[in-house]
Structure formats: structure tokens, C-alpha cells
Design a binder for this molecule. Structure first.
Ligand SMILES: Nc1ncnc2c1ncn2[C@@H]1O[C@H](COP(=O)(O)OP(=O)(O)OP(=O)(O)O)[C@@H](O)[C@H]1O
Length: 612
């Protein structure tokens, strides 16, 4: 049970609710924004719930991730007066079925904008990019001309739309909603009537045009009431608004409490972020905690394009492990280890090849996204069925083997071909299947495993996966110009030819059984001990350079983009720690970096240590 403290912000929000005034809570990490959002939602329920239900109205709460949606729903005890959803699903729920308005928005706004964008990339010459942009602009123009033939639209939950098939992608939904919010009074009225209260969590990472559109719903001191919660310093997605404001006449509510972090961590946050001075406002005022930066000399990359060799990466890893051992953190289960990019995690956990494959040239943005969520159709059967089966088999847990088979396999379920067999014969059958599967797991390839599953009806096989298993591997050398649209064949063949060694590591990561995350992935979370690793060379992502953020004198000044993105991501990472924070920084000159960190007032001498 937490010792909950009522804050000034909570009192001001109550006042806003009583007077129907819209507001924006703009406050730092750990200040209790999420907790206050839940309190506010419950308060509206308490005051207005009965009336809203009678009128068939709802309280909207829009948040950033599907995971956050589930957490909030649970905290609201799944009461259906609340419509908790991500921005895209909320908007699509409002747009779906309004085919005439969708078509009009596409014709008047979305497609002309896309055509202009492509034309902007075409300098009229014959370069590949100019030609591609010209072709794209022409294609969209043809779609625009024929759009009147499309009778209905659906949302495909993917990055790209196909307008003549009526398929809309993520960005289309945003763009159509922006158009309607700005130009269609009836749309705004209906939205306001359906949802007299609209709250937005993580407002800084919301599309700015959408927020501006929501700000048009009321004039700030009447219903519908909008309430935004966020922190511009925790904006981690490009293209979102960052600094956000309530509608005209709405109130801005600030908070300088921090209920999460230890005293040491708050001191660091205050030194790092100059626009805010937080104080420990709860039981954390009695937790000293600790902050230590460990500086390791970065090697000069041996490979072309500024890349480390495998030996260099291994050396860096062992230096990191040594620091962990010195802090006695190596055997701790509750240390959250944050890396910039997934490849760094994949290497440490043991699935670098699969990761490279799905982030490399044969993959697409969509494939990569599905890989990252464990839902790619090539991997899903392995993650949802094969890995749990192998684990249960290795543990000798026959019951679990049978229950996994029965709940996942067409061959074993209650309507399958074995429905009338005795329990004992089904158990025997399952043991025999899993023994064969295990042999292939140890000796065969991923193709062998999937082939076995297909032949024995162990998986509900998709047409696409089946067609790959039935065709011969591609033998041509991959040429992106020639094989661009068929690149999935090469992705599949490469995966099929791999053995199963990396699968288990990938499975554990996807199942969130490991204390590793990307720094982007921990937004909104908190952990007792946090380790942040900065190695700009290994991360090899130009958008970020933490050496330049933390030690600009030594490493050079960051670009404006690197500064904006990097310091926000660092702020999010540091502020996840309840008690202890460790930062490992690979730097060209640890001694010099130490002087700079101390000189900047970020750290005290006992908070910096030099590694090998
Ligand atoms: N009023 C309060 N009294 C006591 N504890 C609180 C209060 N509000 C929040 N907390 C606790 O402080 C911690 C941080 O709260 P919360 O996650 O709501 O902050 P936040 O501002 O949303 O954080 P961030 O933006 O960093 O994700 C949680 O452990 C929460 O239980």
C-alpha cells in the first residue's frame, strides 16, 4: 500500500472538473501524472458516471501504448463507461463507417498532401530518387482520380494504405481525423456529445495537429472538457508535439513533486534538467539511494564505417560485466538494463543473427515491427508453441506438454482427429511428437521444425508460411533493384536455413522474461535498480550521441536533433530508478570525461569511477 499524498495539482483538477474547465498537467518524471490521471478518471466517474450512462455517453482516455491501455483499464476495474484506447484506435472508432467523410478528407487533404510531398523530392532530373518520387506522385494521383469508385474504407493497422482497396494506414487515420476536426463542425459536435470528457496521457508524444484539433472541441470552459497529462522532457518520438497546451481558457497545472526516485537520483535529475527543481515528496524523502557513472575507455573501431569488430564488442562486454561484478549487481535479478538499440540487447542475450535479419535489407518496417512484438508470421508459431513445448519437454513436464499441445494444435484440440482417443493414448502420442520435435530442435534447421509442424498439423499454418515451405529456396544473388518486392523470400530463406540456437533467447526476450529493455521501451515504468549503458559506437545510431550530450567538451557538441532527442531519452532513463542508478559510459578519454562531468556540476567526485 502506498502512502498516498493529496497534492495541490489534484485540488486544482477537482476545481476544473467542478467548473468544466479544460486543463493540462505539465510535470516531470515520477511526479504522479499517471496516478493523477487515474484519480481524475475516477472522480469524473463518481460525479457524473450515472448521468453519462443514462445518456449513453463515455469518458475517453487516450494513451500511448496497448500495454498502457491494459494497465489503465485494469486500474479502472474494466468499467465500460470509460473508453480507454490508443490514439489510433480511438480515432478509427470515431471515423469507421463515415465513408463519405473519409473519402472527402482523402480527396481534399490527405492525397494532395502526399502528392506535394513526393513532388518536393523530385528535382525534375533522372536520379533514382527523383524518378521514384515522380512515379509515386503519379501513382497517388491515379488513386486520387479513381477514389470515387471506392465505397468503403477499413483500417489495416499498418504503416501503408492502399486507397483503391479502401485500406488505410496509421498516418492516414491521423491525417483524416485532423482534417475532420478542423473542417467538420458536425464531426466535432458528435465527438463532444459522445465524450463529454476526453483525457490524454503522455500528451507530449501525441500528434500536434490532433491536439490542436481536440482544442477546438470546446472553448476551454465548457463541455466537452479536455485534460492533458504529460511532460515535454519525456517526448521520445519524433513528429509528436513535445510542448503541449490546453484549449484557450484552459488551465496549466504544474507539479514539482517527485514520489518515485531516491534523493540521489532526484539530485541528478535536477542537475540534468534545469527548467525544473523537484523534491522528494513521499516516502522517498527517506531513501538516499545512489548514483554512479562508470567510465570505460572506448576502443577505436576496427571495422569500416566506424564499427566494432566482434572481438572489440566482446572486450566491451567483459568490461561492463566487470563493473557489474564490482557493484555486486551481476547476480541481482532486479537490475533493469537499458540499452539504446535492440541489437545491443540481442548480442548480450544471444539472438544477434535473427535480430540482424529482421532489421536488415531483406526486412521491411512492417516485418521489423512484427518481429519486435513477436507477431511475425514466420516466428509466431515458434514463439507461441515450439519454444514453450521444448521448455516443458526439457523439464520433463508431460502435463504441460499436453496442455500446450491441446490449447494450440489443431491435431490435439477437442475437435481434432484425436478427440475420441483415450487420455493415455493422447499422452503417448504427445510424448512421441515432442521427442521427434526435440530431435529436430537439436539437430535441424528452423525450416525442418516448421516443416514437421506443418506435416503433423501442429500449427494453424497461414497460406503465406505454407507457400514458403513448399517452394524451393531462391538461388539468385539478391539485388534490391530487381528483387525489391520479393525480398521477403530472401528473409524467409535466411531464417529457414538457421539452426534453432538463437530462438530460445529471442523467445525469452519477447516473453519479457529478461531484465533488458531499450531505453525507449521503459517509458512510464519504474525499477529499484537501473543500469543505463551508453556506447555511441556500438549503438551506431546517428540520431543519438550521449558522449556529446554528457561531455560536449571532450566529444564535441551534439547537433540540435541529437541534443533534443538524447537529453530527453537520458532523462526518461535516469528517472526510472527508484533507488540506485548506474550509468556505464564508453568514452574516448575517461579521465577527461570525469573532469567534465564534475565540472558541469552533474555529479560529485564519489559518483564517478574509472574503469579499465
Ligand atoms: N500523490 C501520491 N502520493 C504518493 N505516491 C504517489 C503519488 N502519486 C504517485 N505516487 C507514486 O509515485 C510513483 C510515480 O507515479 P506515476 O507513475 O504516476 O508518475 P508519472 O508522473 O506518471 O511518472 P513518469 O512520467 O516518470 O512515468 C508511483 O510509484 C506512484 O505510486
Amino acid at each position: 500500500m502506498i502512502d498516498y499524498r493529496v497534492t495541490e495539482a489534484e485540488i486544482r483538477i477537482e476545481d476544473c472538473l467542478n467548473k468544466n474547465i479544460s486543463f493540462a498537467v505539465i510535470a516531470g518524471a515520477g511526479s504522479g501524472k499517471t496516478s493523477l490521471l487515474i484519480k481524475t478518471l475516477k472522480s469524473v466517474l463518481h460525479k457524473e458516471g450515472r448521468k453519462l450512462r443514462q445518456n449513453g455517453q463515455k469518458i475517453a482516455c487516450i494513451t500511448f501504448t496497448k500495454r498502457a491501455v491494459n494497465v489503465i483499464k485494469k486500474r479502472l476495474e474494466f468499467d465500460d463507461v470509460f473508453e480507454v484506447s490508443t490514439l489510433h484506435s480511438f480515432l478509427w472508432a470515431q471515423l469507421s463507417g463515415f465513408n463519405h467523410d473519409i473519402r472527402k478528407s482523402l480527396i481534399n487533404f490527405r492525397l494532395p498532401l502526399l502528392i506535394e510531398k513526393e513532388k518536393g523530392k523530385d528535382n525534375g532530373g533522372k536520379s533514382k530518387s527523383a524518378l521514384a518520387a515522380r512515379n509515386k506522385a503519379e501513382l497517388i494521383q491515379r488513386e486520387l482520380d479513381a477514389l470515387h469508385t471506392v465505397s468503403s474504407f477499413h483500417y489495416s493497422d499498418s504503416n501503408y494504405g492502399n486507397y483503391l482497396e479502401g485500406k488505410l494506414g496509421h498516418d492516414d487515420i491521423i491525417s483524416i481525423a485532423v482534417y475532420l476536426l478542423n473542417n467538420n463542425v458536425t464531426f466535432r459536435k458528435i465527438l463532444g456529445l459522445r465524450y463529454p470528457y476526453i483525457f490524454i496521457d503522455e500528451a507530449q508524444d501525441t500528434n500536434g495537429d490532433i491536439l490542436a484539433g481536440f482544442n477546438l472541441l470546446g472553448d476551454g470552459n465548457c463541455l466537452p472538457l479536455t485534460g492533458y497529462f504529460g511532460d515535454p522532457w519525456q517526448q521520445i518520438y519524433d513528429g509528436s508535439i513535445g510542448d503541449f497546451f490546453p484549449p484557450k481558457n484552459g488551465e496549466i497545472i504544474k507539479k514539482d513533486e517527485n514520489f518515485r526516485c531516491s534523493i540521489s537520483v532526484i539530485k541528478l535529475l535536477n542537475a540534468f534538467r534545469k527548467d525544473l527543481c523537484q523534491y522528494p515528496a513521499g516516502e522517498n524523502s527517506e531513501r538516499e539511494g545512489s548514483v554512479v557513472f562508470h567510465l570505460i575507455k572506448a576502443e577505436v573501431p576496427e571495422l569500416p564505417r566506424n564499427q566494432y569488430s566482434e572481438e572489440q564488442i566482446s572486450r566491451a562486454l567483459s568490461k561492463m560485466d566487470k563493473a557489474l561484478m564490482n557493484w555486486a549487481w551481476d547476480k541481482e535479478d532486479n537490475v533493469m538494463r537499458l540499452f539504446l538499440v535492440r541489437q545491443m540487447i540481442a548480442r548480450r542475450l544471444g539472438f544477434p543473427t535473427i535480430n540482424k535479419l529482421f532489421t536488415g535489407g531483406y526486412s521491411s518496417i512492417r516485418s521489423q515491427e512484427l518481429f519486435e512484438s513477436g507477431e511475425h508470421y514466420l516466428l509466431h508459431p515458434l514463439i507461441s508453441l515450439i519454444c514453450p513445448l521444448i521448455i516443458s519437454h526439457q523439464k520433463g513436464d508431460k502435463r504441460k506438454v499436453l496442455s500446450v499441445l491441446q490449447s494450440n494444435c489443431p491435431f490435439f484440440n477437442s475437435e481434432g482427429p484425436n478427440a475420441t482417443k483415450s487420455l493415455q493414448s493422447i499422452i503417448d502420442l504427445s510424448v512421441s511428437f515432442v521427442e521427434q520435435l526435440y530431435k529436430i530442435w537439436c539437430e535441424g534447421t528452423i525450416r525442418d521444425i516448421l516443416q514437421f509442424c506443418m506435416e503433423n498439423q501442429l500449427i494453424e499454418i497461414s497460406d503465406l508460411l505454407q507457400s514458403h515451405l513448399l517452394r524451393n529456396p531462391r538461388t539468385e544473388i539478391f539485388d534490391p533493384e530487381v528483387h525489391g518486392i520479393e525480398k521477403n523470400d530472401w528473409l524467409t530463406d535466411s531464417l529457414f536455413s538457421m539452426d534453432t540456437k538463437e530462438l530460445m533467447a529471442y523467445y525469452h526476450f519477447i516473453s519479457q522474461n529478461t531484465p533488458y529493455s531499450t531505453q525507449h521501451g521503459v517509458k512510464g515504468e519504474e525499477y529499484k535498480k537501473v543500469l543505463v549503458v551508453y556506447d555511441d559506437v556500438e549503438a551506431s545510431w546517428n540520431n543519438y550521441n550521449f558522449g556529446k550530450i554528457l561531455t560536449p567538451g571532450l566529444s564535441g557538441h551534439p547537433t540540435e536533433g541529437q541534443l533534443n532527442r538524447g537529453r530527453k531519452l537520458a532523462y526518461v532513463s535516469f528517472s526510472r530508478a527508484l533507488d540506485d542508478l548506474r550509468v556505464i559510459l564508453f568514452t574516448p578519454d575517461p579521465e577527461e570525461a570525469k573532469n567534465e562531468l564534475l565540472g558541469s556540476g552533474l555529479l560529485c567526485p564519489d559518483q564517478v569511477e574509472l574503469g579499465d
